[in-house]
Design a protein around this ligand. Structure first.
Ligand code: TXA
Ligand code: MG
Length: 346
């Protein structure tokens, strides 16, 4: 459908499905979501079943108007309104004390609930038509890379959802930033499409300390979705970090080693990295320019899926700094490696 001007009849059909407790996959500016009526516990159960997602991993409730917040959260601190004003619609999810109308399976039994307002015309019109809050995780099978196109949703979930709305590729390509406002201090649970630097203009004291559970061998998770195995393609991922030239040299060396073992090797790099890896004999996928992290983020999950489809055994890639979207990109890659981060030159 046309992202700016979607067919009202299709939207009506989608809204009717939501009202009847069915599942509708829809585009957002971050990634595609798998939606159900957030007020209907049975409908929400269908989301967990369709994705194969553990019931312990809570969902985000999606809204189209800030007034809906009152229906979802028990209390709304001033800073939440400020953030909503500044960044909604957009890639920011707020975790707030849960109100009584939201069934407990939405938030996995927690006494908090996550809320976000996507910046996309299709969900805006759909939620308005249905006049419902919509619970939605990313529309991938559990632990797979998030879907940035309707084709990705189809590949993972066809036969498990009632309707997939296709409005073209997601523009941001990584999921929303999740900010916990239900605790004693504001805490980033997941870096995402809204940069930490932007958040700090409103919440200067926001805290972020990445905790990769399986990596640290830590059982007490801040956010249930923080478990390490996530965003994984069906290939081993090797993630290199450190000074750029040394990283590129190690990537080329590793590609050669793996090829000599008879493996199919894919590399996922910036355009500027190509000269260092053209001779590696690996399948090269360019994420975008190193000087444009938005482009790299937008292509990240699609490139993982592309290399996977080409049948590579291993994907060799690197981090792109910690600034702006670099933080979210690094986070998704660390999860895709399931901990195999290789620090070079230290
Ligand atoms: O951009 C996005 O956020 C996409 C689109 C579809 O909106 N959605 C998305 O949902 O990424 P999902 O379910 O894949 O990730 C939601 C994250 C999980 O890490 C989950 O643990 C966390 O939000 N979360 C949800 N509710 C929470 C809560 N009450 N407390 C702590 N974390 C919560
Ligand atoms: Mg997800």
């Amino acid at each position: 459908m046309d992202a700016q001007n979607p067919d009202p009849q299709v939207l009506q059909e989608a809204a009717d499905l939501l009202a009847r407790g069915r599942l509708v996959a829809f585009p957002t500016e971050t990634v595609y979501g798998l939606g159900a009526n957030a007020l209907d516990a049975a409908a929400v159960d269908r989301i967990f079943a369709a994705k194969g997602r553990p019931a312990s991993d809570p969902l985000i409730v999606h809204i189209y108007a800030t007034v809906q917040l009152e229906q979802i959260a028990a209390t709304i601190p001033d800073v939440a309104w400020e953030l909503a004003h500044a960044f909604w619609p957009g890639p920011l999810t707020l975790v707030l004390p849960k109100g009584p109308h939201i069934p407990s399976n939405v938030s996995a039994g927690l006494d908090s609930v996550a809320v976000r307002m996507p910046n996309h015309r299709v969900p805006y019109l759909l939620f308005k038509q249905a006049d419902l809050p919509v619970a939605a995780p990313s529309a991938n099978l559990f632990s797979r890379p998030s879907p940035t196109t309707a084709q990705h949703v189809w590949d993972d979930l066809h036969g498990r959802v009632d309707l997939i709305l296709d409005a073209g590729p997601a523009t941001i390509g990584v999921e929303s930033t999740v900010l916990d406002l239900a605790g004693a201090r504001p805490l980033i649970l997941r870096p995402g499409g809204l940069a930490l630097e932007a958040l700090r203009t409103i919440v200067p004291d926001v805290e972020y300390s990445p905790r990769y559970a399986a990596l640290a061998g830590d059982a007490g998770l801040a956010s249930p979705g923080m478990m390490l195995k996530h965003y994984s393609p069906n290939a081993e991922v090797l993630l290199f970090t450190g000074p750029r030239q040394e990283v590129l040299a190690r990537m080329a060396q590793t590609a050669a080693e793996r090829r000599s073992l008879g493996q199919q090797v894919g590399v996922m790099i910036a355009g500027e990295d190509q000269v260092a890896l053209v001779d590696s004999g690996a399948l090269v996928t360019v994420l975008g320019s190193e000087s444009d992290l938005a482009q790299i983020a937008a292509n990240l999950f699609a490139c993982m899926r592309k290399l996977e489809r080409q049948g590579v055994d291993v994907i060799i890639t690197r981090t792109f700094g910690q600034e702006g979207l670099g933080l979210a990109i690094a986070d998704r890659l660390i999860r895709a490696t399931e901990g195999r981060i290789i620090e070079v030159g230290r």
